[in-house]
Design a protein around this ligand. Structure first.
Ligand code: SAH
Length: 258
């Protein structure tokens, strides 16, 4: 991958060219001030990285010729979905950004019994758009090959119904003293779909934890200390994704160093 990475829709790639319009074209031309002859990486979201040389550019349209296509190898070996409870202020925004950098495949935001903030429908639509744009920027920045999907805001009952779609589901619960997340992941296999549920500032009610367990989620501990919701989410993602990471270090050009 090159230093300038952009997620594009598959239809933006045709005849060996990438065509970029709208805000991304303005960013390339006016913000990054790239020139004809400079190279960019176009990520089509399927894991393919197209390195392309800019042939023509204006603030409205950038056309680049593809010079190399390869499979990016920056994705995690498991597909982790983070279920994050709505939280106050910009906490969810921060979680979207950090969890995307760490390598989640998707995120779903939910409201539960003790959720403190309850934004109106129209505000939720705006927030969802903002979360998706943060995920895109974070994915581009961190050399991701796949753009995590952000969904929400759903109710806790809906979330519980989704548990069965995963190979493994965990509910982070500060009252769980026996099973650490690290231990619970010991038999995780490549390709597993994993769900990690993190509660709001007010925590889960006992009833909600029972509901999650009945649906097949396993309560896990993130350690002896009670973490804030955003810390729990980021630490939980790091634990899951680090535990399945291959023992190689990579750089953004796709080379692997042993
Ligand atoms: N209000 C609660 C704490 C909520 S912390 C209290 O004061 O007791 C917010 C969320 O972070 C929790 O719902 C849980 O999902 C997660 N969490 C925080 N610390 C945790 C820990 N040590 N182990 C597992 N989950 C934790």
């Amino acid at each position: 991958m090159t230093d300038h990475r952009f997620f594009v829709e598959p239809e933006q790639i045709s005849d060996g060219r990438v065509t970029i319009r709208g805000p991304q074209a303005r960013q390339i031309c006016a913000v990054l001030r790239l020139q004809t002859g400079d190279t960019i990486s176009a990520l089509d979201g399927s894991g393919c990285c197209h390195i392309a040389r800019i042939g023509s550019l204006t603030r409205d349209e950038v056309i680049a010729e593809i010079i190399e296509t390869s499979q990016a190898d920056t994705e995690a070996r498991v597909r982790l979905t983070l279920a994050q409870a709505l939280a106050k202020g910009h906490k969810v925004e921060m979680v979207v950004q950090k969890a995307t950098e760490l390598g989640i495949s998707g995120m779903v935001v939910f409201a539960s019994e003790r959720t403190i903030v309850r934004p109106a429908e129209d505000k939720i639509r705006n927030r969802l758009a903002r979360w998706r744009s943060i995920a895109r920027e974070a994915a581009e920045q961190s050399c991701r090959a796949v753009l995590p999907d952000v969904d929400g805001v759903i109710g806790f009952d809906d979330l519980v119904q989704r548990v069965s779609q995963f190979d493994k589901a965990f509910v982070a619960w500060e009252k769980e003293k026996g099973l650490l997340l690290r231990e619970a992941l010991k038999d995780a296999e490549t390709g597993n779909r994993i769900l990690l549920i993190v509660g709001p500032e007010g925590g889960f009610s006992e009833d909600e934890v029972s509901q999650a367990i009945a649906a097949g989620a396993v309560p896990i501990s993130l350690g002896a200390r009670t973490l804030r919701t955003e810390t729990a989410a980021i630490a939980g993602c790091a634990i899951v994704l680090h535990s399945v990471e291959q023992a190689v270090s990579r750089n953004c050009s796709g080379d692997t160093k042993s």
